[in-house]
Design a protein around this ligand. Structure first.
Ligand code: NAD
Length: 281
């Protein structure tokens, strides 16, 4: 039997980890030995109504299980507060080994009705947020010549989606950002990869019944809530089936996966791809 993968001694920041996928990733990493900075401003789906206690409640869960974590309620959406998120890792645990850029909001509108604020606010959290936190971590990863950045993208970005021009643009921008970071930081053994969402996983399951059930669930739902429901369903449905890695290009110190073969959230959790990603140098 394979030895369980461990993240002992690694320090990881997970943004938007007060709920949803981010919370699962944070719990997963802590259970595998990582010290986790649980970052979340605790906003509603559209970015309004902040509840800053959500990050702390995930920290409490981790600590109750015997893990190590610290909370951060700073926003990813501006450079100064993103710096404080990375500083939280350094202050509490003395280093940083990785970032999962997961924080997100939605402002779904048909394109002809989308106003500049809908556009800006989604770009600010997803694309700028991913840049800001990665950029704040980059000098530390470079100096220690190790580390990993994982960015959540989405099939909305990879293939487009109704009412999500803002989100799609941000998510495909994140893929491009990730690839270029990987090229720039390869010589320092720092990796950068994207992870697409669960909605896309339906196409990869090769289980017609599962796909049918997920499509039925999709009726009447939109956006992130839909993704959340599909994610939970897929997590339950698929207990094995690791990604094939088809099309993956492995270069020294870096793995670049084409967008349609990046790992997906339920597999991060079920198959420990995330652990794999962060346990490597
Ligand atoms: N749910 C899916 O299946 C799915 C599919 C494709 C992509 N994704 C991506 O995965 C990520 C997580 O999705 P989710 O469904 O768990 O979303 P979610 O809405 O449940 O969680 C997002 C979290 O980000 C936090 N957040 C928002 N703005 C922030 C900011 N400025 N700074 C810090 N935190 C902030 C929110 O408070 C929230 O807790 C997102 O990037 C999403 O686009 C999800």
């Amino acid at each position: 039997m394979n030895k369980p993968l461990r993240l002992d001694g690694k320090v990881c920041v997970v943004t938007g980890a007060g709920g949803g996928i981010g919370r699962e990733i944070a719990l997963h990493m802590a259970r595998h030995g990582a010290c986790v900075v649980v970052n979340d401003v605790g906003v509603s789906l559209d970015g309004a109504r902040a509840d800053t206690s959500v990050a702390q409640s995930v920290v409490d869960e981790i600590v109750a299980e015997g893990g190590r974590a610290a909370s951060s309620a700073d926003s990813v959406a501006d450079a100064g507060s993103a710096n404080r998120i990375v500083e939280a890792a350094l202050d509490h645990f003395g280093r940083i080994d990785g970032v999962v850029n997961n924080a997100g909001i939605l402002r779904d509108r048909y394109f002809h009705k989308m106003n500049p604020d809908d556009w800006d606010s989604v770009l600010q959290v997803h694309l700028y947020g991913t840049y800001h936190v990665s950029r704040a971590a980059a000098p530390h990863l470079k100096a220690q010549e190790s580390g990993s950045l994982v960015h959540m993208t989405s099939t909305s970005g990879l293939i487009g989606n109704f009412g999500q021009a803002n989100y799609s643009a941000a998510k495909l921008g994140i893929v491009a950002l990730s690839k270029s970071i990987a090229l720039d930081m390869r010589k320092f053994d720092v990796r950068s990869n994207s992870s697409r969402g669960a909605l896309a996983a339906t196409g990869q399951t090769h289980e017609p019944q599962a796909v049918g059930r997920l499509q039925a669930q999709a009726q009447g739902c939109t956006g992130q809530r839909l993704c959340g429901r599909l994610h939970r369903s897929i997590t339950r449905l698929h207990r094995s089936r690791p990604q094939t890695g088809r099309g993956e290009k492995t270069l020294k110190g870096m793995t670049l996966r084409p967008p349609h073969h990046v790992f997906i959230p339920h597999e991060l959790i079920r198959h420990e791809h995330m652990t794999h990603e962060f346990m490597r140098r």
